[in-house]
Design a protein around this ligand. Structure first.
Ligand code: SAH
Ligand code: DHB
Ligand code: MG
Length: 221
């Protein structure tokens, strides 16, 4: 693969379309210092998510998989004044770093990080009968992606957008016989997304500083 070239082009695009961004840079630095894995979306992907949420005029956003809050900050920036982002994270250490990063970026009042297994937290959200979500970003454990899709459809309004990260996995997604549980998880997810009559979706391959992967995008019908 041409990883060097993908990284160089991502640097070029970052400089043009993102530039110096102190809150995001501090978020990545704090995450690295705390020993979190460097698996957040890239700057250009973060801006892409933020633009998508803005294009949808999303007022209520659900994120599954917070890590250090990097993508959450991007998504929160798309919100109107009265908008809310709910983000779900299993690891208490990740959630703590994310809350610090989110507060530092000025979004403590608009972003709530819930701690626990996403599947438990999602059923709790349903029981609370909150307003439906306008936009969902799925980015936690790949094994459970199909269940996250089901919950996203249940918790989102008709017309809502669902985006899922990491659905290409370096191209390994084409290997039906893969013994990698992550690959099998995204294969099940992609097949379900394609077949489910309640959504219309597609997936895009992406290259850049984070390697070769991709995102699925869907609308709830
Ligand atoms: N969206 C983030 C990256 C998320 S990485 C960003 O782009 O900045 C995936 C995160 O999902 C990790 O923090 C991991 O701890 C979390 N996770 C894994 N399994 C989970 C589960 N069952 N429930 C909730 N979070 C989970
Ligand atoms: C990996 C990357 C991700 O974006 C993610 O959400 C989970 C894992 C990875 O490269 O392992
Ligand atoms: Mg991801």
């Amino acid at each position: 693969m041409n990883q060097e070239r993908f990284t160089a082009v991502d640097q070029y695009l970052d400089e043009l379309f993102v530039g110096q961004d102190e809150a995001l840079e501090r978020a990545l630095q704090r995450s690295a210092e705390a020993g979190l894995p460097a698996i957040s979306v890239s700057p250009t992907q973060g801006k892409f998510l933020s633009l998508l949420a803005r294009m949808c005029r999303a007022r209520r956003i659900l994120e599954i998989g917070t890590l250090g809050g990097y993508s959450a900050i991007w998504l929160a920036r798309a919100l109107p004044q009265d908008g809310q982002l709910v983000s779900l994270e299993y690891e208490p250490r990740h959630a703590a770093v994310a809350r610090a990063n989110i507060a530092d970026a000025g979004f403590a009042g608009q972003v709530t990080v819930h701690e626990g297994r996403a599947l438990d937290l999602l059923s709790r959200l349903e029981a609370q009968h909150g307003e439906p979500f306008d936009f969902v970003f799925i980015d936690a454990d790949k094994d459970s992606y199909t269940q996250y899709l089901e919950w996203s459809i249940r918790l989102a309004r008709s017309g809502a957008t669902i985006v899922a990260d990491n659905v290409i996995r370096d191209g390994a997604v084409v290997n039906a016989g893969s013994r990698d549980a992550m690959v099998q998880g995204v294969r099940r997810f992609n097949a379900t997304l394609a077949a489910d009559p309640r959504v219309s979706g597609t997936a895009l391959q992406l290259v850049g500083s984070k390697g070769y992967d991709g995102m699925a995008i869907a609308v709830v019908l």
